[in-house]
Design a protein around this ligand. Structure first.
Ligand code: NDP
Length: 253
């Protein structure tokens, strides 16, 4: 039997990342996941993956703190060896993120820097630092947002950074193709999670407005996204490269 492949999912403790970890495990992958502060939720995801018969491990990481990435990569190397009996990662899912709703006129430099650091600079340098321990023939999945293309008031910096990671995806695909590493980007529509204070699941007016924007007439749920990400991390997607897949129930079509 061939050895299980390994995916690292950032922000795998809750929300979309948790569902991605479960879907990847259902496809037979072992999971290394990260959390920022919520260890309890991360441990819960680890147990869910283990129940599916796959190996899992959770590491703390703040993707806004790129100065910690060298030490993080050392930790990943140790865990690969001790927990997964491996030396390389096969897939990286750059998922961790937060939402800050702030009109242009009120955006502080601090909020700007936080969004840039998490959604673009963090994903850029984390990928760069992990590439030496990524297996040739593996892949990267970056998580963008419908807001990279649709303009909702209050999301100018967030949406711009998601657009930046979409562009970065194409460059990753181009520059890493010689190693047979693919890079694709999944752009979810609005999904019910704790993201941005949880308004997608708790604010009824917002939910109705979002549902009306989609052709299918509802707000998304995490399992609408996880399976698409997992598909990209299999050989079924071995010729899918440099693509943006929007997963939004047909938003603004
Ligand atoms: P959640 O708030 O439910 O989960 C966020 C996850 O990211 C948690 O695991 C959290 O860790 C982690 N995280 C947050 N900040 C950091 C940080 N600085 N460093 C490392 N990890 C961090 O959000 P979602 O699951 O909804 O969002 C996941 C991704 O999907 C984000 O990139 C978001 O932009 C994108 N997205 C979400 C949409 C939605 O409607 N929900 C729509 C489109 C895109 P911890 O548990 O420790 O806090």
């Amino acid at each position: 039997m061939s050895k299980a492949k390994i995916a690292l999912v950032t922000g795998g403790s809750r929300g979309l990342g948790e569902n991605m970890a479960i879907n990847l495990a259902q496809k037979g992958l072992n999971i290394l996941l990260t959390y920022r502060s919520n260890k309890e939720e991360a441990d819960k995801t680890v147990r869910e993956v283990e129940k599916l018969g796959q190996k899992a491990y959770a590491l703390q990481l703040d993707v806004a703190e790129n100065k910690t990435f060298n030490a993080f990569v050392d930790e990943v190397k140790n865990v690969l060896e001790s927990h997964f009996d491996a030396t390389t990662l096969d897939y990286l899912v750059n998922n961790a993120g937060i939402g800050i709703n702030s009109p242009i006129t009120e955006t502080t430099e601090q909020d700007f820097d936080t969004l840039v650091n998490i959604h673009f600079k963090g994903a850029f340098f984390l990928t760069q630092k992990l590439l030496p321990i990524m297996a040739d023939g593996g892949g990267i999945v970056n998580i963008s947002s419908g807001l990279a293309r649709f303009s909702f008031p209050g999301y100018s910096v967030y949406g711009s950074m998601k657009a930046a990671i979409e562009t970065l995806t194409r460059y990753q695909a181009k520059e890493l193709g010689s190693r047979q590493i693919r890079s694709n980007v999944v752009a979810p529509g609005a999904i019910e999670t704790d993201f941005g204070g949880g308004t997608n699941k708790n604010d009824e007016d917002k939910r109705t407005a979002i549902a009306n924007f989609t052709a299918l007439g509802r707000v998304g749920i995490p399992s609408d996204i996880g399976g698409v990400v997992a598909f990209l991390c299999t050989d079924d997607a071995k010729w899918v490269n440099a693509q943006r897949i929007e997963v939004s129930g047909g938003m603004m079509v």
